[in-house]
Design a protein around this ligand. Sequence first.
Ligand code: AMP
Ligand code: MN
Ligand code: MN
Length: 338
Amino acid sequence: MTTHGTAVAETDWERAVELVRGAGSVALACHVSPDGDALGSMLGFGLALRRAGVDVVASFGDREFVVPRLLRFLPGQDLLVEPAAYPPEPPLMITFDASTMARLGLLVPNAGKAGDLVVIDHHVSNTGFGSLHLVDPSAASTTVIVEELIHRLGLVIDRDVAACLYTGLVTDTGSFRYSATTPAAHAMAGRLIAAGLRPDEIARELWDRSPFAYLRVLGAALDHVTLEPAEAAGHGIVWTYVTRADRAAHALPYDEVEGVIDVVRRVDEADVAVVLKEADDGVWNVSTRSKGAIDVGRACTALGGGGHRSAAGFSSHVSPEETMDALRPHLRPPHPSA
Ligand code: AMP
Ligand code: MN
Ligand code: MN
């Protein structure tokens, strides 16, 4: 069953199936600071493999190895091992939702020594690292490609696998609001819901709950939000930041502030929304969103990060003001020949 474009060559699908079928054990990895698509695609595939009797480990290369609170409801957490316990030279390693080798963080050396390195991803900016590429920029999420691989392997999508794949699909389409929301995306959701998952429960876990402290920290962030209507070639920027001091004042963990961008980006007067979030180690993770006039993926790639045209990010080691000074000149309409 082909559920999306033909970006992946038939011979590459066949080779992937052959590699997985021939493997006694498979090591899975997704990008650092995993989001719903990264963890959902990796754990969904891992659960389907384990059900078929394959020996599976899964991980991501963060120095502080914690699953974001929002994603702890995902089935398959018991597949996870810390980077230190990951096979140093896995015969078969598969990466999920990582556009560059660097996005594997602490697992880069393991990937470098893998016998075969299969890359499953949907970023246009994918650099082509690895020895086999299941990369389809037209796929709404990495879980779209994983669903097809599971089918081609003849594996079963049970309720738990479906919950993982659905989570990647709904997070990367912004709950079927972004432009990647195609008939194929809805058709896939229909198949997964038919496997027995509860879309209402997953939506609540992902978007409709927070500790009370979140409201206080959101309040602080909204207190200093800035609108710059003339910036981004006249399309406008709205931006704010969340300091670790603000979070500490209310004992709010870093992984609770992911939703701030969804409040800020609704502003009519700006095409581009930016939220700078200070992690506990002082590094600023910058989230950017565009309504379509500006290519934030290209801007973030230019600053050492990456992402998609309408959702992207990068890391910064300087103040929010200085980071914005560096970002503004890159916020331009997409190049016609890009
Ligand atoms: P976020 O704002 O964290 O939800 O990230 C939005 C998208 O930007 C993600 O799905 C990634 O594709 C990409 N992204 C975020 N941070 C980085 C980074 N440091 N390097 C590369 N890509 C990133
Ligand atoms: Mn991702
Ligand atoms: Mn993704």
